[in-house]
Design a protein around this ligand. Structure first.
Ligand SMILES: Nc1nc2c(c(=O)[nH]1)N[C@H]1C(S)=C(S)[C@@H](COP(=O)(O)O)O[C@H]1N2
Ligand SMILES: [Mo]
Length: 401
């Protein structure tokens, strides 16, 4: 760890680090929280991925309706909290980059390579995730595929890192913050050659208060980042939402808008007087606007949760999807696909199966008002405990199979 001492063979321009703020005890404590955050982020990320594209043999439960709101909110909040945490962790160990000699053995070279993979993957994963939450995609690759794959690379290299560092972690967690640090006092403690000067090193000052301050400042940094972003999920915190770009107060009918009707190119078709909902299946039929409005008698409180991290509770009125499906000759076991007037892109259709068929509504009303065009007028899908992206807006067809 840090505090490189002078050895005869180290080049004279080589940087030396002597901050007594760094210590194995501090690094281990930050690392522990970091590991927990990465763990939560990984597990909730896996859940999110599954809910985005559930497996045919394991349909998504419809209850509790708010579960995805909680797991995805946790995913984004822990990911965001991890950014300042990772920086402090890197600060606490980066003098290791400058230890001399840079590489001692093949095993050591592999270890350094694994740390490089860990750090670069972590930075890439956290920052692309954070930009994604800001709805900004300044890269040419498919975010979902890359984010998913890197999640495994990251968790794998974290586990490897923990395995390799177990003795140091054990030492660091047992040591008190105030303790002088034997691990950081001698360079390459297992390399006898490098020890030649170790005896000359005075024991470092042990300013426990300052190390504690590092921890407190880290906690404050995390708190600040989280508080300014969770407003997009935890509605009472919304006024603090500096980093939360989509909040319910910023959208029509007290709900954020992911993509407007204008952006989707459906302004005209959604308002057309001869709009119809086509229902295809064993017994196909079509419903006009008046039919749809007259059938819309069921109400439900289903939150809408975007994979990008915002969510909001909402009160809907609409037609039970199952009623349309049964009338078309299907049942609660049918596999149903809904199609949007927006014909291209990933949001143009969505599949509903399993318990979701009985729970989903085709909504005409939001918070007691006829749907705003940006929320999917004349008719949209709203299903509970699923990513918002699957709740297709501006429906034109329902296919029952
Ligand atoms: N046709 C269509 N439906 C769509 C989208 C879209 O871009 N086009 N966005 C989806 C996404 S990503 C979310 S989070 C929700 C948001 O619904 P809202 O804009 O009414 O809040 O709509 C979903 N339905
Ligand atoms: Mo979304």
């Amino acid at each position: 760890m840090p505090d490189v001492t002078t050895t005869a063979r180290r080049p004279s321009h080589w940087p030396a680090f002597r901050s007594p703020l760094r210590s194995t005890a501090l690094t281990a404590r930050i690392g522990r929280v970091l590991g927990i955050c990465f763990g939560i982020c990984f597990v909730t990320g896996l859940l999110s991925h599954y809910q985005y594209a559930p497996w045919a043999w394991l349909p998504e439960p419809a209850n509790p309706v708010w579960l995805y709101r909680v797991t995805q909110g946790l995913h984004v909040a822990t990911g965001t909290a991890t950014i300042p945490l990772l920086f402090v962790k890197l600060w606490s160990v980066y003098p290791n980059l400058f230890r001399w000699p840079p590489v001692r053995t093949v095993k050591h070279a592999l270890e350094r390579l694994s740390v490089f993979v860990l750090v670069s993957t972590a930075l890439l994963q956290l920052f692309t995730g954070f930009f994604n939450a800001l709805n900004w995609y300044p890269w040419p690759w498919n975010f979902v595929v890359v984010h998913f794959a890197l999640g495994f690379v990251l968790i794998g290299s974290i586990l490897l890192h923990i395995g390799v560092k177990l003795p140091d972690i054990d030492y660091g967690l047992k040591a008190k913050l105030a303790d002088a640090d034997v691990l950081t006092e001698t360079p390459w403690s297992d390399n006898p050659d490098a020890h030649s000067n170790a005896g000359d090193v005075p024991p470092p000052a042990t300013p426990a208060i300052s190390r504690r301050r590092v921890l407190v400042a880290t906690g404050a940094g995390i708190g600040a980042v989280v508080l300014t972003s969770v407003g997009q999920t935890v509605t009472p915190l919304e006024p603090l939402g500096l980093l939360a770009i989509r909040e319910w107060t910023k959208g029509p009918q007290q709900l954020p808008v992911n993509k407007t009707a204008d952006q989707a190119g459906v302004l005209t078709s959604a308002r057309s007087a001869d709009w119809q909902l086509q229902v295809t299946g064993p017994k196909a039929y079509a419903l006009g606007l008046a039919d749809v409005e007259q059938l819309a008698q069921v109400e439900a409180d289903y939150p809408i949760t975007c994979v990008e991290g915002w969510s909001a509770g909402a009160h809907w009125r609409g037609i039970r999807l199952l009623d349309l499906v049964t009338r078309a000759g299907g049942s609660a076991d049918s596999r149903v696909t809904v199609f949007s007037l927006e014909e291209n892109g990933a949001y143009s259709s969505s599949v509903v199966f399993g318990p979701q068929v009985s729970a989903a509504l085709l909504a005409t009303h939001l918070h007691g008002e006829r749907l705003d065009i940006d929320h999917g007028y004349p008719l949209r899908l709203i299903s509970p405990n699923r990513p918002g992206v699957l709740n297709t807006k501006w429906l034109r067809r329902v296919e029952v199979s």
